[in-house]
Design a protein around this ligand. Structure first.
Ligand SMILES: NC(=O)c1ccc[n+]([C@@H]2O[C@H](COP(=O)([O-])OP(=O)(O)OC[C@H]3O[C@@H](n4cnc5c(N)ncnc54)[C@H](O)[C@@H]3O)[C@@H](O)[C@H]2O)c1
Length: 171
């Protein structure tokens, strides 16, 4: 896929791997919406990226991906802002075994919801232009991870879900 001129949405885009995705996509000519629940980090990232790339190519949207309405609303805002959507990176993730239900919500439920939203907006049969959805897993999705059973389960889930849905949604 040619990235130049495309529009990408990256969850957990304020720091770490998500931020690296944002930077790489901007470097290849995309416009990028970075979603994150951390408003301060999101605004700081946007400001830093604006020094490197044209400011209008990046938008920060505060969004907790575990909140269904916030995630739906963020997808809508991206389309309203940039007029299209071509790439979704479901990256936001946490590793918290104590708050394990929230870990499942963030790492698995939100990835599934983000995939369905991406399909809704990008699928050619739905009036979209086709696109690419990238779901971030981990080595812990391929093998057991000592002392991280829930994180490991979510990352296995991401791989199982993505492998199962990809062949029937080739957009
Ligand atoms: N860092 C690693 O070594 C590693 C290895 C394998 C996989 N991963 C996966 O890569 C992804 C990114 O990891 P990272 O190391 O960059 O993490 P990180 O903690 O550096 O960044 C995660 C970002 O996601 C945001 N976030 C967390 N929960 C959120 C929520 N509910 N809603 C919106 N934003 C939220 C955080 O605010 C943060 O900006 C995760 O899915 C992680 O499991 C990381």
């Amino acid at each position: 896929m040619h990235v130049n001129g495309k529009v990408a949405l990256v969850t957990g885009g304020a720091q770490g791997i998500g931020r690296a995705f944002v930077q790489a996509l901007l470097g290849k000519g995309a416009k990028v919406a970075l979603l994150d629940r951390n408003s301060e980090a999101g605004q700081e990232s946007k400001a830093a990226l604006d020094e490197q790339f044209e400011a209008q190519r990046t938008v920060f949207i505060q969004c907790d991906v575990t909140d269904e309405e916030q995630l739906k609303d963020a997808f809508k805002k991206v389309i309203e802002h940039f007029g299209r959507l071509d790439i979704v990176v479901n990256n936001a993730g946490v590793n918290n075994e104590k708050d394990w239900e929230s870990t499942i919500q963030t790492n698995l439920t939100s990835v599934i919801r983000g995939t369905y939203l991406g399909l809704e907006y990008m699928r050619k049969g739905n009036g979209g232009n086709g696109g690419v959805i990238i779901n971030i897993s981990s080595l812990a999705g391929l093998m057991p991870a000592a002392f991280q059973p829930v994180y490991c389960a979510t990352k296995h889930g991401v791989i199982g879900f993505t492998r199962s849905i990809a062949p029937i949604n080739n957009c």
